[in-house]
Design a protein around this ligand. Structure first.
Ligand SMILES: [Zn+2]
Length: 124
C-alpha cells in the first residue's frame, strides 16, 4: 500500500537515494550483497532491475561489486543467484533484515499519543 502511495511521487524522481542512505546501505550489508566481497568498490545495484519496474530507492538498492553488478545486469535476482550458485536464501534473508533496519515503517496517520492500542510492545 505504501509503495503504491509513494509511486506517484517517485515517477518524477529517478534517483531517490541520498548519499547518506547509500552509505547506510553499504554499512548494513558490509560488502557486496551477492558474493560478499569487501575488497572492491561497491556500486548501487537495483535488486529489482529498473527494466522490471524497480527504482533507485532504499528498499531496492543493494551494494554490488563490479563483477556482480555487470553479471546480474537486468536479470531477475533470484534466478541469477541460482545460476551463479550464490546463496539465494541467505541473500533474501539479509535483504529483508537490511530493509527492516533501514526503511522507516510508514507512520500511522493519527498521532494520538501513547495509547496506540493493539501495537505490540517493543522489546529491546
Ligand atoms: Zn559481488
Amino acid at each position: 500500500m505504501a509503495a503504491r502511495r509513494r509511486k506517484r511521487r517517485m515517477d518524477a524522481v529517478e534517483h531517490d537515494l541520498s548519499d547518506e542512505q547509500w552509505a547506510a546501505v553499504q554499512a548494513a550489508w558490509g560488502g557486496c550483497a551477492y558474493c560478499g566481497a569487501t575488497d572492491r568498490p561497491l556500486q548501487r545495484d537495483c535488486v529489482l532491475p529498473i527494466s522490471r519496474g524497480g527504482r533507485y530507492t532504499l528498499d531496492n538498492i543493494a551494494p554490488a561489486c563490479g563483477p556482480c553488478n555487470a553479471s546480474k545486469c537486468n536479470d531477475e535476482v533470484t534466478g541469477w543467484l541460482r545460476r551463479k550458485r550464490y546463496d539465494e536464501r541467505a541473500f533474501l534473508e539479509r535483504h529483508v533484515a537490511v530493509r527492516a533496519l533501514l526503511v522507516t515503517p510508514p507512520v500511522a496517520v493519527s498521532r494520538g499519543g501513547a495509547d496506540a492500542a493493539g501495537e505490540p510492545p517493543v522489546l529491546a
